[in-house]
Design a protein around this ligand. Structure first.
Ligand code: ADA
Length: 585
């Protein structure tokens, strides 16, 4: 469970642990709680209800119940759920107090609790696969849609006049100049005082003005140490005002996109990265902090400085670990291959906007997060998708103008002509994406020598990897793109764990290792490019039917570790390639 923001006055109550659980299936619990429910069993929170020995693969509604002896005197409470799937309804003493269909998002529900006493909280979680273009999770996504409460749950009392968050932004690294945006609720606009102190020091008072709920405090923090992957220094700030108090953690660092490079604290960065799903064969996305920390140890050992969180908002614990351990992070809203009917659906668009705003608000103070993204491999080659891409870029920048915005495009392909003739130079990469002008970083997913350009006359078409990456770098040299940094957001190949082959054919661990190394070397050889994220850290469960039927074992096997984090041959190969790069990049 993440430690920040922390509100010491609000009697915070961590609700992780054992909850009563009732499996309603299709019969009970979604529309109302009126049906009598007997025979409650037990379930862990965080946890999923569809991976147990007897429950694997089931779909329906599960009721989670907790009786809470609430001692706080105030009437208003906030329930925080770090993430669940696929949708839920919340009942407090039998009364419906909230609804969500935003799988994976960190959510808050504010409601009248009715004062001190024993209360009953029920969270009805539905993992039936939704149909229709307005849903934001679809079974044609290449990762499994689990049912359960994936992340921590907590409750706190909520003062009417309060501090919602304090957003800490670095204005200038050299002088340690910070801007603190104190976001309030229930506080009248006008002159006000706030008291604040860094790293546990005694609080000092600053005067300012609350305008439309926000008060800006600009100050220098000369003792502050700069955050970077090599020196992941973190600080805390305690802020007291309006009868409320909170502690935020932050890092002093600045991210920019300038002259075609990604700069961190003024220094150009080369991203040595991996894509990572929040996934485990038994726990699904409900990973304990210990597994996340171990994953990050493996990523450190690999020599990575960058993680792309594929393809949904990350857990706050994970981001806090990334802050502490010094990783650069791409955080992404939920989406995967979304088609025209979805991106043109008003409710889908509204939900997308809601989830990008929530993602940014939840993760705003993590220094590790440098990139916000959305709609992985969406239909960004179609003019019809432009309004939604514009809307999401503006929503993100309105929430946070200090980080970089992107999306991963798969509209860079060898083109049909290539598939017929197999001669590269006559038919270079066709880049049909239409919205690169909207973003700060050009990101493409390319799979040469794996999904495309497997030349059946050549056993190892590895030269295609370097060719295609060169094409991409050349494309990025065009005058309209040359100022934007460019990265490979996915590249790699899959391998069945444990399968080695003397011919090193596709799907063998040996072939995967060769493709991954070829990709790292080819990207490093193009000065125009700012890095890559290999697909992917570890294998993750996917669907075995429908659009992703080609996923052997029902897993996406692109991992350089298997789903239990046992290394494949590519692990050592990538580690070596990244360590060679560290010396020169
Ligand atoms: C896509 C997608 C990934 C994964 C990959 C694959 O590029 O973005 O999520 O599905 O393909 O392995 O097929």
């Amino acid at each position: 469970m993440s430690n920040f923001p922390y509100f010491p006055e609000r009697t915070p109550l961590n609700l992780d642990g054992l909850w009563d659980f009732f499996w309603g299936g299709d019969r009970v619990g979604w529309e109302s709680l009126e049906h009598p429910v007997e025979n409650w069993g037990v379930a862990a929170v965080p946890g999923v209800f569809d991976m147990g020995v007897r429950s694997a693969g089931r779909r329906g509604v599960g009721l989670y119940r907790r009786r809470i002896a609430w001692t706080a005197s105030g009437h208003l409470v906030r329930l925080r759920i770090g993430g669940l799937g696929l949708r839920a309804r919340i009942y407090w003493d039998g009364r419906r107090v909230g609804d969500t269909s935003l799988a994976y998002s960190g959510l808050s529900f504010d409601f009248e609790a009715g004062g001190a006493g024993t209360h009953e909280l029920v969270i009805a979680v539905d993992n039936r696969l939704p149909a229709g273009s307005s849903e934001i999770f679809h079974p044609d996504y290449d990762f499994y849609g689990h049912g359960g409460i994936y992340r921590s749950v907590s409750l706190q009392s909520l003062p009417e006049r309060r501090i919602e968050r304090v957003v800490v932004q670095t204005e200038e690294v050299a002088t340690r100049s910070l801007c603190l945006r104190v976001q309030t609720r229930g506080v009248e606009d006008g002159p006000a005082d706030v008291s604040l102190g860094f790293d546990g020091a005694s609080l000092q008072t600053f005067s300012g003005v609350v305008q439309e709920g926000d008060m800006l405090v600009r100050l220098k923090f000369p003792e502050g140490k700069v955050w970077s992957p090599d020196t992941p220094h973190l600080h805390t700030v305690e802020v007291a005002a309006f009868g409320d108090r909170l502690v935020e953690q932050f890092g002093i660092r600045k991210v920019e996109a300038r002259a075609g490079r990604i700069l961190l604290n003024g220094q150009p960065m080369f991203l040595r990265g991996m894509n990572r799903h929040e996934a485990h064969p038994q726990m699904g996305p409900a990973l304990p902090d210990s597994v996340m920390a171990d994953d990050l140890e493996l990523l450190k050992d690999l020599g990575c400085n960058f993680i792309r969180c594929a393809h949904y908002p990350a857990s706050q614990s994970f981001l806090e670990l990334c802050d502490r351990m010094g990783f650069l992070v791409w955080e992404e809203a939920l989406g995967w291959g979304d088609t025209e009917d979805r991106v043109c659906d008003p409710l889908f668009s509204e939900r997308q906007e809601e989830q990008v705003r929530l993602m940014v608000r939840n993760s705003i103070n993590h220094p590790s997060v440098i990139i916000w993204a959305f709609l992985n491999e969406g239909c960004s080659h179609l003019p019809a998708s432009r309004p939604l891409y514009e809307r999401l870029c503006s929503a993100i920048r309105e929430e946070d103008p200090t980080r970089l915005v992107t999306y991963a495009s798969n509209h860079a392909t060898p083109g049909e002509a290539y598939t017929i003739t197999r001669t590269r130079r006559d038919f270079p990469l066709e880049i049909e994406d239409r919205h690169f002008d909207l973003v700060d970083v050009i990101s493409v997913n390319l799979y040469p020598a794996w999904m495309t350009e497997i030349d059946w006359e050549t056993l190892h078409p590895l030269d295609k990897v370097a060719d295609r990456i060169r094409d991409f770098a050349e494309f990025c040299e065009r005058p309209e793109w040359k100022d934007k940094p460019a990265i490979l957001s996915e590249i790699g190949a899959a391998a069945l764990p444990g399968w080695h082959d003397r011919l090193e054919v596709a799907w063998s661990e040996d072939y995967q290792a060769r493709v991954d190394v070829a990709a790292i070397e080819a990207v490093a050889a193009q000065p125009r490019l700012s890095g890559l994220a290999i697909w992917q850290f570890c294998d993750c469960r996917s669907f075995s039917t429908g659009a992703v039927v080609r996923k052997a074992r029902g897993f996406n096997s692109g991992g350089i570790l298997d789903e239990y984090r046992k290394p494949k041959a590519a692990y050592a190969a990538v580690r070596q390639a990244f360590s060679a790069l560290r010396l020169c990049k």
